[in-house]
Design a binder for this molecule. Sequence first.
Ligand code: AP5
Ligand code: MG
Length: 187
Amino acid sequence: MKTIWVIGGPGCGKGTQCDKIIAKYGFLHISSGDLLREEVASGSPRGTSLQETMSKGLFVPTDIVLQLIKERMDKAKKEDSSIKGFLIDGYPRELDQGILFEKNVCPVDLIIFFDVASETMTKRLLGRSAVSKRADDNEETIKKRIEIFNIKNGEIVEHYKDKVVRINAEGKIDDIFGEVSKALDNI
Ligand code: AP5
Ligand code: MG
């Protein structure tokens, strides 16, 4: 079973490409942001405490997000023996998160990094904000999310350079997926 991290700034296309990957490769898509939004929607005390942090575009505590991911992986391993691998979308967001994952969950096989200019991310997210119900898709929060990404992502890419495949994700969705497929076919 393969474990793949899918990283890149807000609106770079992580979710869009993961949808295409699961259709072709039979991996399980685990989006840290989706797990956290589910937790918020559940109305649990833990969810309520996350909501404010997320709507400001800040990181939630690593132990919470890592626990949610691990629980989902453990459940899937128990219930579905046909899964070929895990696509972890939106984790790690800083180097310490990566190190903790490999220590407490499993080693990573491949890291796909969607590289997009900040202006493109802003444009895509403002486009999505017209239809999304996400509390963080507004101009001020988008700016914060991109700012934090630009500070934190470099250390991940540098530390894991042997496993990172950097994909220029400025182009068309299908062309980007062509590059993604090449990277996945290699493992
Ligand atoms: P998360 O939900 O992961 O948000 P994000 O990283 O900001 O990314 P998005 O989901 O907004 O964008 P995406 O890259 O998936 O792009 P998409 O495919 O949707 O996290 C939300 C929050 O949760 C964080 O801010 C934080 O608070 C918390 N959190 C999550 N993980 C955490 C962690 N590990 N640690 C701590 N806190 C954490 O595409 C965007 C739009 O662009 C769509 O409209 C799409 O149709 C369009 N689009 C996609 N590709 C293209 C293309 N090639 N051309 C044109 N348009 C395109
Ligand atoms: Mg997403």
